[in-house]
Design a protein around this ligand. Structure first.
Ligand SMILES: *[C@@H]1O[C@H](CO)[C@@H](O)[C@H](O)[C@H]1NC(C)=O
Ligand SMILES: *[C@@H]1O[C@H](CO)[C@@H](O)[C@H](O)[C@H]1NC(C)=O
Ligand SMILES: *[C@@H]1O[C@H](CO)[C@@H](O)[C@H](O)[C@H]1NC(C)=O
Ligand SMILES: *[C@@H]1O[C@H](CO)[C@@H](O)[C@H](O)[C@H]1NC(C)=O
Ligand SMILES: *[C@@H]1O[C@H](CO)[C@@H](O)[C@H](O)[C@H]1NC(C)=O
Ligand SMILES: *[C@@H]1O[C@H](CO)[C@@H](O)[C@H](O)[C@H]1NC(C)=O
Ligand SMILES: *[C@@H]1O[C@H](CO)[C@@H](O)[C@H](O)[C@H]1NC(C)=O
Length: 494
């Protein structure tokens, strides 16, 4: 959460604007092309009509099609025989040239180091993304635009992304010693950290968008890059939610089976029958598309954990406090719990649950959140669990002193996640009291003091806040706005 999140927003904004611009240019060109095309078709049609007229006046020896067929025969007879003699040899020579022409470029392009997250980024910088309005941005190989070429990597370096490289090659002319890996390969680019749940989830969610878009096709393996450096693991919570979503444990590629000569740093290439590359997180996706993604992850997680829908007898409101140890824990946890418990008790059907997520399994968290309408928590990774609540549920977030002034836009990630997953962020409480900082309080160096500060309480404020949120949730439930759990085992994925 402490990453310079201004960059996060930059990515989202820039990746939204630039493809749109190029798309407009493309549309303009297309429309001028299509004007020309329609004139051309019209002219062709007139010529055709004239031909038919002529034919009906005089009797031609054959229809225009017969003429075409005769011409084809002549061409074939004069060309084919000699072709058969030398053709095979030439083809082989050509394939060998194509094989040698495959050029590997560094995965991390240092020319774009200062705009690493913008536009086509510094990762595979010569490639452009497919982007339809409101949809996930991705690259796919092979496609028409890759000329039918597949993606190849020499990509196992874990320290410097400019040592790893990529290339496109025709499947008939793969580079020497290449291994073709079958099935679909997901390639992720993450500018931050796969162990940070928020950043990990952000990097992974576009694959779920692609999965929905492509009739729920599933990957055979995953390749994870950070600045072009290979990574082979991620936060267990993220890995498990992906396992639930895609229906199989993740096979994260290490390139162990690919030949490498350590003495001369020679790496054999690995090529992929089909590859999907993501480097823009949720950038470019509309709010609806993002909600579809989280709906699917929620539904699949509940299925994976055998969590059934809540029994619907009478009004029941789940209020859950997700607790932390150490950094950003409460100064007086029992006092904070007491305040929310008191408010909960005043509302019929309300039940308060208090849990430390770090000692719950993934499925225990899924179960807990399926029973939760209001989650109360300090800012932190555990809040990513919000996506597992029913849609329209509420989030109440608490911050230690100093975050508002010093933490940058990264402090709003849970506002964004709530909006993207269809939840209601009900505001944040910011502790006015904190540990003393040896510098002036607006000095950036104070962030190291405040970052993991502990959180106090204000009984008046908390009571009022909880009362309002509880009333809103109660009203919504009484009015029958209750999200239903999945009806089929497919969670809407066909
Ligand atoms: C190709 O790979 C094999 C092992 O699979 C290795 O012995 C051989 O040296 C490699 N050839 C080249 C040109 O690197
Ligand atoms: C590995 O590289 C060294 C140095 O270039 C070379 O002498 C050796 O033959 C290579 N080994 C293989 C199996 O290609
Ligand atoms: C869910 O139920 C299935 C079949 O009843 C079982 O095989 C599976 O282990 C259960 N999963 C969990 C997480 O309990
Ligand atoms: C915590 O709060 C409770 C209830 O307000 C109070 O009784 C207790 O003394 C407090 N504990 C500390 C260590 O301040
Ligand atoms: C969970 O962790 C908290 C704090 O780390 C601890 O106090 C509590 O006893 C644990 N609960 C269980 C059920 O293990
Ligand atoms: C506690 O919250 C109330 C209501 O927002 C506010 O009026 C009061 O000043 C706060 N008390 C402290 C000590 O900050
Ligand atoms: C969420 O609330 C909005 C209005 O506040 C409502 O239109 C929508 O149907 C609700 N969605 C679900 C899934 O309950």
């Amino acid at each position: 959460m402490n990453k310079p999140a201004s960059e996060i927003e930059n990515t989202i904004n820039s990746s939204r604007s630039s493809p749109r611009k190029s798309k407009n240019q493309f549309l303009r060109k297309l429309s001028s092309c299509s004007q020309k095309l329609s004139i051309y078709i019209l002219a062709l049609f007139v010529v055709f009509l004239i031909l038919i007229q002529i034919r009906s006046l005089q009797t031609l020896p054959a229809s225009p099609w017969d003429v075409v067929h005769q011409w084809e025969k002549i061409v074939a007879n004069s060309c084919l025989s000699s072709f058969h003699e030398s053709g095979v040899k030439e083809l082989k020579a050509m394939a060998s040239k194509l094989r040698e022409a495959v050029t590997f470029l560094p995965l991390k392009d240092l020319r774009y180091a200062n705009v690493a997250m913008r536009g086509h980024t510094w990762f595979m910088s010569s490639m452009y993304d497919v982007h339809e309005e409101g949809e996930v941005q991705y690259q796919q190989f092979p496609t028409k635009s890759s000329g039918g070429r597949v993606l190849c990597y020499k990509g196992r370096d874990t320290h410097d992304g400019s040592w790893n490289s990529y290339a496109l090659a025709w499947p008939e002319a793969l580079p020497h010693n290449a291994t073709l890996m079958d099935g679909i390969t997901f390639v992720s680019y993450n500018h931050y950290d796969y162990y940070n749940i928020w950043h990990g989830l952000s990097a992974m969610m576009p694959f779920v968008g692609w999965h929905i878009k492509s009739q729920c096709a599933v990957p055979k393996r995953w390749i994870l890059y950070h600045w072009g450096e290979l990574r082979t693991s991620m936060a267990p919570w993220v890995e498990t939610i992906l396992e639930a979503t895609f229906g199989a444990p993740l096979d994260i590629e290490k390139f162990d089976g690919i030949y490498r000569n350590e003495s001369d740093d020679y790496d054999s290439p690995a090529c992929f029958e089909e590859a999907v590359v993501m480097r823009h997180n949720e950038g470019g996706m509309s709010r609806e598309k993002r909600m579809e993604v989280y709906d699917l992850m929620r539904c699949k997680s509940r299925m994976f954990c055998n969590v059934s829908s809540r029994s619907g007898k009478g009004l029941n409101i789940g209020m859950t406090m997700l607790m932390r140890d150490g950094g950003r824990s409460y100064k007086n946890a029992s006092a904070v719990i007491g305040i929310f418990e008191k408010e909960c008790r005043k509302v019929e059907g309300c039940r308060l649950m208090v849990q430390y997520p770090h000692n719950l399994t993934f499925c225990e968290q899924v179960k807990l959140m399926s029973l939760t309408d209001i989650v109360i928590s300090a800012h932190g990774a555990q809040l990513s669990n919000m996506i597992l609540m029913d849609r329209n549920s509420s989030v109440m977030e608490l911050f230690p002193k100093g975050w508002l002034e010093l933490a940058g836009v990264g402090q709003y990630v849970h506002h964004w996640l709530a909006s993207w997953s269809g939840m209601k962020h009900q505001g944040a409480w910011r502790d006015p009291v904190g540990d003393p900082c040896p510098f002036p309080e607006t000095d950036r160096r104070c962030m190291s003091v405040f970052k993991n500060g502990r959180i106090g309480h204000n009984e008046t404020y908390f009571s009022e806040w909880a009362k309002n949120v509880l009333n809103e949730v109660k009203l919504r439930k009484v009015n029958g706005d209750v999200s239903k759990s999945p009806v089929s085992g497919l969670c809407g994925c066909m």
